[in-house]
Write a protein that binds this ligand. Structure first.
Ligand code: BES
Ligand code: ZN
Length: 409
């Protein structure tokens, strides 16, 4: 049983939510809730997901049960998600059902006409751009992000790293020959802001390609002696991959589609920034054609060059497209896996019906277990060669999808 092993114990510790002190609304697997003897407040028979409120001891019981089944958290969405309260909780159940139906229809459409996965045409300008990705730049950026005491959305200076990065991004795009905007996005659910860089599309500006990473970090190590949250792997790594991809992208011709880069606020407290952003895009009927999420890319737990591709809360079409992109440009070994719950910001976009992709440093079981502790630093286990692969994925994703007409069936 996994929870009796040391690995399991470490996983239990790092996965305990910061909010384990109050009663919190969650969406969780109904079978698991029933097993734990927890009453359901609302239930969707189609997805098997239920809405309930959990007291701290119930959260722990559910987490233990989930860990016995080999999953971190066990919630479809972990606690501290204010938008799950009241009517919004009901809406979240409905959104999830709609997302599940769309995903099934997409998978069915792919089965009917399998397309040409793995036969994506190589473009010399993309190959040339990919060669410019620098491991040394990534090392410097991960060091920079992890040098803040924390990037916690509930910390004393939640916007210090946001404003510092904004200044660096403005500097980066200052002399770009086409318009690039750099803005902060304020939120209802957290004082921390998200950052967005937008490159307007030349011929099809209404079609949006999104690339994102969460900028915040958290320390959930109750037994640790340090309050620092350097979050080198989680998620200075993905944040740095995006900066490196953007640095090279702005030296290329203006893309045909709009390409947006996000550094999200408050992911660790419940996908807060991305939930608000994806919801507002849906509300404004924005056409987001694809979403890439990079969250943890520095620890080659399943071997250098091997990545885990999450199959839950992601799009079958985009995963098939990614297989083709990988064959043409990257050459990673892709292992399909699942988080088992909405483990990062891709879930926010998926929930609103947008096609999302989540390539991860390793399989779920092989991930870096120093996450959410003061020990999540650059160390001998870090591989910038491995992480550079994800910067190349981001750049190829932006350049290829940004100039194509590909979209979900
Ligand atoms: N990067 C982590 C989690 C993660 C683990 C992603 C394994 C992919 C594979 C992420 O920042 C995180 O900690 N997410 C929360 C979920 C959120 C809803 C609070 C988590 O997993 O506890
Ligand atoms: Zn993360």
């Amino acid at each position: 049983m996994r929870s009796s092993s040391l690995v399991g114990l470490v996983a239990v510790l790092v996965c305990l939510p910061a909010s384990a002190v109050a009663s919190v609304p969650v969406l969780a697997d109904a079978t698991l809730l029933k097993k734990a003897g927890i009453p359901l407040r609302d239930f969707d028979p189609e997805t098997g997901v239920a809405l309930t409120e959990l007291r701290p001891e119930q959260q722990r019981r559910l987490q233990e049960l989930a860990h016995e089944e080999g999953r971190c958290g066990g919630f479809e969405a972990l606690p501290a998600q204010p938008w799950l309260k009241g009517e919004d909780g009901r809406q979240a159940l409905l959104d999830l059902r709609a997302a599940r139906r769309r995903t099934e229809a997409e998978a069915e459409a792919l089965r009917r006409s399998p397309g040409r996965a793995g036969t994506l045409e190589r473009k010399p300008e993309i190959e040339a751009a990919l060669k410019q990705v620098s491991e040394e730049n990534l090392r410097a950026w991960v060091g920079w992000f992890s040098s803040f005491a924390d990037r916690f959305n509930q910390g004393s200076q939640p916007n210090a790293p946001v404003e510092a990065l904004q200044a660096k991004l403005k500097e980066l795009v200052r002399s770009t020959p086409f318009a690039v905007s750099v803005e902060t996005i304020a939120h209802q659910s957290t004082p921390q802001k998200s950052l967005r860089v937008r490159i307007a599309g030349k011929s099809r500006p209404k079609e949006i390609v999104v690339l994102g990473a969460h900028l915040d970090s958290i320390n959930q190590d109750f037994w640790g002696s340090s309050p620092l949250a350097p979050g080198a792997d989680d998620n200075a790594s993905g944040s740095s991959n995006l900066y490196e991809a953007l640095r090279i992208l702005v030296q290329q011709p203006q893309p045909e589609r709009t390409v947006e880069f996000f550094w999200y606020a408050g992911e660790e407290s419940g996908l807060l920034g991305s939930a608000e952003i994806a919801k507002s895009y849906k509300g404004a009927s924005q056409r987001v054609v694809a979403v890439l999420q990079l969250d943890m890319t520095l620890f080659p737990g399943s071997g250098e060059g091997t990545l885990g591709s999450m199959t839950d809360f992601t799009s079958p079409w985009l995963r098939q497209y990614f297989a083709g992109l990988n064959a043409a440009y990257i050459g990673a070994k892709i292992v399909d896996d699942q988080c088992g719950y909405g483990c990062s910001d891709h879930a926010s976009w998926h929930r609103q019906g947008y096609p999302a992709l989540m390539p991860f440093e390793a399989t779920f079981g092989d991930m870096n277990h120093k996450l959410h502790t003061a020990k999540d630093l650059i160390d001998s286990s870090s591989s910038f060669r491995h992480s550079a692969m994800f910067a190349r994925i981001a750049l190829a994703f932006a350049m290829d999808l940004g100039n194509s007409t590909a979209q979900a069936p």
